[in-house]
Design a binder for this molecule. Structure first.
Ligand code: HAM
Length: 429
């Protein structure tokens, strides 16, 4: 026998039993985003490597260690599986001049790739829903996105996701802060790990989001950008806070929150749960006013965030908020005439929006009923040649006592609707 192959480590299958949670999450999110006027777009999964180097930053974990990069066999161009979506969206906006006439709210979703060490909530292929407001200087739109996320958590029935915000200032303030950080970490050089030593002069801000616990104390005492904000950044941050207060959204200001990607300025934020252990950040984002120019576009202020879908699904499971998909009914049929009626009935109920599994592959009533039970359907429709000859269908409830009634065809839709009551709008039991 040939050896069975396995998926690549850190890249997971989403199996049918999990589909309901994914669909419910994605449908709810899409509905919320669209209520705020965010429009859908899709960008490629593969982009030129320099796009990520220039946007995310050369001295970040993502670019230094985590990208899946390979050469195009035909022309030798360096290509990368996207580790995130913002860079591709900004590239597309520049390429198609999407935002120069008027600003644009967009969202996308799909797989992202980072070669990280896999653990619960951290994978090498993972999925994000990504939202961007392009051409808005804020802070109103910064607040809009945070409020929109709060609405999404509510719509999903999740509480206990906490908001953390910070401002990391503008270019000048960041330069001054950078100098202060270099001076501070130089004084503690012997305590730094290899990564931090290497980044000390190249990108000291990245030392602040080091995952090494041994550096935690040193990082806690490092100079804080929030203390050195200029007037404009300060006003932006204060206005954001006022808007969050107005919306009744609680938050913590975390001066150490710098995010792992280089393109941010001013507002940064994360939503964190403590129900998932170490990988508790379910969504993160912020403002990136300089990214369009860094990628060769016209100055275009912008703000966005991404949600980690696997972490959301874990959280929904942890809160007991997930169910599995099941059809409305399983159609059992034995006999030639019964088969004709079964196909007709199944198509007709599907025309009315029901999800119907028509038994395939023949077999006795008994063996087909076992399959009907196993399908999770609430109802079995049972048709033999006897029923077919008088245009009748037997409807049996497969749970709650298992009653069976004979229903003439003309009453089928009404009786079916009356009996098929236990599903939510996602078709989940
Ligand atoms: P990020 O913080 O790198 O931001 O990722 C956003 C979210 O994606 C994280 O909070 C987490 O939930 C999820 N995530 C990240 N890496 C993994 C992984 N290896 N496994 C599972 N989930 C993961 C960005 O990607 C930015 N592009 C967000 C943004 C949009 N900022 C502005 N616009």
């Amino acid at each position: 026998m040939a050896t069975a192959l396995q998926a690549v480590r850190g890249m997971n299958d989403v199996l049918p039993d999990e589909a309901c949670a994914w669909q419910r999450f994605e449908d709810t999110a899409r509905d919320v985003f669209e209520r705020y006027g965010y429009r859908h777009l899709r960008v490629p999964i593969v982009e030129p490597t320099p796009l990520f180097v220039r946007s995310i930053g050369e001295h970040t974990d993502v670019v230094e260690k985590e990208m899946y990069t390979f050469d195009d066999k035909l022309n030798g161009d360096s290509l990368t599986l996207r580790p995130e979506a913002t860079a591709g969206i900004v590239r597309a906006a520049i390429e198609h001049s999407l935002t120069y006439e008027r600003p644009l709210r967009v969202w996308t979703g799909g797989p992202m790739f980072r070669h990280e060490r896999p653990q619960k909530g951290r994978y090498r292929q993972f999925h994000q829903l990504d939202v961007e407001a392009l051409g808005f200087a804020g802070p109103d739109v910064d607040a809009e996105q945070i409020v929109m996320l709060a609405r999404l958590w509510r719509a999903l029935g999740l509480d206990g996701i906490a908001l953390t915000i910070n401002s990391i200032g503008d270019a000048d303030e960041r330069r001054a802060h950078r100098a202060a950080l270099i001076e501070y970490f130089e004084r503690h050089r012997s305590d730094l790990d290899d990564d931090a030593q290497r980044r000390l002069h190249a990108n000291p801000l990245r030392i602040l989001d080091s995952k090494n616990p041994a550096l935690a104390g040193l990082i806690a005492d490092a100079p804080r950008l929030l203390d050195g904000l200029g007037a404009a950044s300060r006003a932006h941050f204060d206005a954001l806070r006022a808007l969050l207060d107005e919306a009744g959204i609680g938050y913590t200001i975390e001066p150490r929150l710098v995010r792992g990607l280089d393109y941010y300025n001013r507002t940064v934020f994360e939503w964190v749960t403590d129900a998932l252990g170490a990988q508790g950040t379910v969504a993160g984002g912020g403002r990136y006013d300089g990214l369009f120019e860094a990628l060769g576009g016209k100055p275009t202020p912008a703000c966005g965030f991404a949600i980690g879908i696997e972490r959301m699904i874990l959280l929904l499971h942890a809160e007991g908020a997930t169910r599995v998909t099941a059809p409305d009914a399983y159609v059992v049929h034995v006999g030639e005439r019964a088969g004709v009626l079964a196909r007709r009935v199944a198509e007709s109920l599907r025309d009315h929006g029901a999800s119907i599994v028509l038994h395939a592959g023949g077999g006795s009533f008994k063996s087909q009923m076992k399959k009907a039970d196993a399908s999770g359907a609430r109802l079995a429709l049972i048709i033999g040649d006897d029923e077919a000859s008088v245009e009748t269908v037997a409807i049996k409830t497969l749970r709650d006592g298992g009653e069976q009634v004979a229903v003439p065809l003309r009453d089928l839709h009404a009786r079916f609707a009356a009996l098929n009551t236990s599903k939510d709008e996602y078709g989940c039991l």
